[in-house]
Design a protein around this ligand. Structure first.
Ligand SMILES: [Zn+2]
Length: 217
């Protein structure tokens, strides 16, 4: 997923009470930051590339290859200044995503999920939709308003094959849903009205990405 667009802040609350940017503040990190001495950034696939529009394969081997893929995915996400990246966004046909994404409380969440499945909301938990501006590295330079549930749980595996569960709220919940959708062949623009989707594609056609992309054949 792309970083928050400025318009995002039009729709958020309580930001008045946050410390000013640049002011020293402890940032809580949940998860493990990647070793950036490893991995290589790869160019990003964009809308129209078939690998983005179909479900990709489950990971069945938890070996050095999948660890190396995760290293490359972190490098690629940071190079493109994203907050989340799915494997098919670097052209790899496997269910893996990585993230380094803030929630609305200023907590930074960092990690990866293999074979993610978006869980149903627990019984009794009310489904609350949050408004928000969304963007995607694979739809460069475009943003659109898309309401999404403000809470999400993804289950899957880590790089060693151990079961994991990642819970998110606010902007991080949006990220978990966005990245899981990628691995099943859906972009966020597929969830927009016909008119908004057309507008997002127009924004993409008119803009120039600030990172390397894979040309569509
Ligand atoms: Zn995306």
């Amino acid at each position: 997923m792309a970083e928050q667009h400025d318009h995002q802040h039009d729709h958020q609350h309580d930001h008045d009470h946050e410390p000013a940017q640049g002011e020293a503040q402890p940032v809580k990190v949940v998860g493990e930051e990647p070793d950036l001495s490893k991995g290589t950034a790869r160019p990003i696939t964009v809308y129209g590339n078939p690998v983005l529009h179909r479900e990709v394969k489950d990971v069945t081997a938890f070996d050095g290859e999948v660890s190396a893929l995760i290293d490359d995915m972190f490098q690629s996400m940071y190079a493109a200044e994203g907050v989340g990246l799915a494997a098919n966004q670097i052209g790899v046909d496997l269910k893996v995503f990585v993230y380094d994404c803030p929630d609305d409380e200023g907590v930074r969440h960092v990690g990866h999920v293999i074979n993610p499945v978006l869980e149903e909301l627990p019984a009794g938990r009310k489904r609350v939709l949050a408004d928000g501006n969304e963007g995607c590295l694979s739809v460069p330079t475009a943003y659109a308003e898309l309401p999404r549930p403000d809470y999400a749980v993804v289950t899957g595996q880590d790089k060693d094959g151990n079961p994991i569960r990642v819970e998110g709220t606010g902007f991080f919940a949006r990220c978990l849903q966005h990245e899981t959708d990628h691995l099943y062949g859906f972009l966020y623009i597929d969830k927009l009205s016909k008119r908004d989707r057309k507008d997002a594609l127009r924004q993409m056609a008119e803009g120039t990405p600030r990172y390397a992309t894979v040309a569509n054949g």
